[in-house]
Design a protein around this ligand. Structure first.
Ligand code: NAG
Ligand code: NAG
Ligand code: NAG
Length: 366
């Protein structure tokens, strides 16, 4: 066995041995690969997580640009949300509660006195079922499905959720998320919490990568990273990425790093589901790989892995702060408690939609 194939086999074996019971269905946790020529993607139905995304660098060498783990055990212990679809409501909710029609809903307090990413389990620590899986051909795809029960994490009403990953021509990864409220009004705001490093998952920090974010406004936060309720201009602040800037150029002024919600200038509430260009990462100097991020959400959380400390990832590589960035299209954080933020509530029968598209280019110039 060649050295390079070992981590892959190891992953399959360790992830597939542990099964589980979901709604009376016996469900195994597994790894599913999508492959389109030299572009390949792996996901697991544990949390509908991205596990890897491999494409050739400027010299044709395969590079994995997604951070993750080699074993299910590591994913079970993951407190930093490596790669999942986060929900029912992504990001933080102040005091882990909200009021709807006079009823106070108490959510899981899983970060201090606040709630994050749906609570203790959320959608990232449950087993999803695989509805459809086409592993190759022109547009390989996989559909994960999860039925969230009434009261899960404290949220009202049952919710039927799907997350579909598709590989499109020349290095595009699409993620479409849908959620249908089955019986009650409920808040929904889904995202993907994938950690990216275009130099390769094991290449150190991303501080010298140049990023552009198409947002003239952001949400200032308090000391618990909850929006204060203000909407502020980025101009003149370290949050300004309107022109390409190195991620590390002003990171010392936003210690311990970026964990910031940006409001997209191009978002138009009347054009629901329209993908807009949210951010660009310029071609990485080492690999020549660049990335465009598209989202249909009104904004996104930009996070620089500030709390990733001493975490042993794939191949035994140890991830440290600023080893990756996330681009998490989602509704405004704490919108459930801010009536003047765009609403994240949906009615019974209504379908919530949020799409992301990650497009990679490889250039020999870098
Ligand atoms: C198994 O899962 C499917 C899809 O999630 C669901 O429709 C079905 O009711 C489940 N089966 C049982 C026995 O609960
Ligand atoms: C949570 O709230 C309680 C009661 O108000 C308070 O004593 C405690 O310090 C809070 N914890 C954190 C981490 O803020
Ligand atoms: C990380 O590992 C280093 C070296 O082993 C150790 O000194 C440090 O205390 C660790 N930090 C945390 C937060 O675990």
């Amino acid at each position: 066995m060649s050295k390079s194939s070992f981590p892959f086999l190891c992953l399959i074996i360790t992830l597939s041995v542990t099964g589980g019971i979901v709604n009376g269905n016996e469900t195994k946790v597994n790894i599913y690969e999508l492959k389109r020529g030299d572009f390949s993607f792996k996901a697991t139905n544990y949390g509908a997580r991205m596990v890897s995304l491999i494409l050739p660098d400027k010299n044709g060498k395969p590079v994995d640009v997604v951070l993750g783990f080699d074993s299910l055990k590591a994913y079970l212990n993951d407190a930093q949300y490596f790669g999942p679809v986060s929900g029912r409501v992504a990001n933080r909710i102040k005091n882990a509660q909200f009021t709807l029609n006079g009823v106070v809903y108490h959510l899981d307090k899983n970060i201090g006195n606040n709630s994050i990413h749906g609570g203790f389990k959320g959608f990232s620590k449950v087993i999803w079922t695989v509805q459809k899986y086409v592993k190759d051909g022109p547009n390989p795809f996989i559909v994960f499905h999860y039925n969230s029960y009434d009261g899960e994490g404290g949220y009202p009403g049952s919710l039927s959720v799907t997350a579909t990953y598709t590989l499109l021509q020349s290095y595009k990864l699409s993620l479409t998320m849908r959620a249908k409220a089955l019986n009650k009004v409920t808040p929904v705001s889904l995202t993907t919490h994938s950690y990216w490093n275009l130099g390769g998952h094991n290449s150190g920090n991303i501080l010298s990568d140049e990023v552009q974010i198409f947002a003239t406004r952001y949400l200032p936060t308090d000391n618990q990273i909850i929006p204060t309720g203000k909407i502020a201009p980025v101009r003149g602040t370290p949050y300004d990425f309107l022109k390409f800037r190195q991620v590390g150029s002003r990171i010392a002024n936003v210690k311990p790093g970026y964990d910031t919600y940006y409001i997209f200038d191009a978002y138009n509430a009347k054009k629901k589901n329209a993908l807009i260009l949210a951010a660009i990462v310029k071609n990485n100097k080492k690999t020549g790989i660049g990335m465009k991020v598209f989202s249909s959400a009104p904004g996104m959380q930009f996070y620089t892995a500030n709390y990733v400390i001493n975490i042993t990832g794939k191949g035994g590589y140890v991830y440290q702060p600023h080893c990756a960035y996330t681009f998490e299209g989602m509704g405004y954080p704490d919108a459930v408690n801010r009536p003047y933020f765009p609403s994240v509530f949906i009615n019974p029968g209504q379908v919530y939609a949020q799409d992301m598209l990650y497009e990679f280019q490889v250039s020999k110039k870098y």
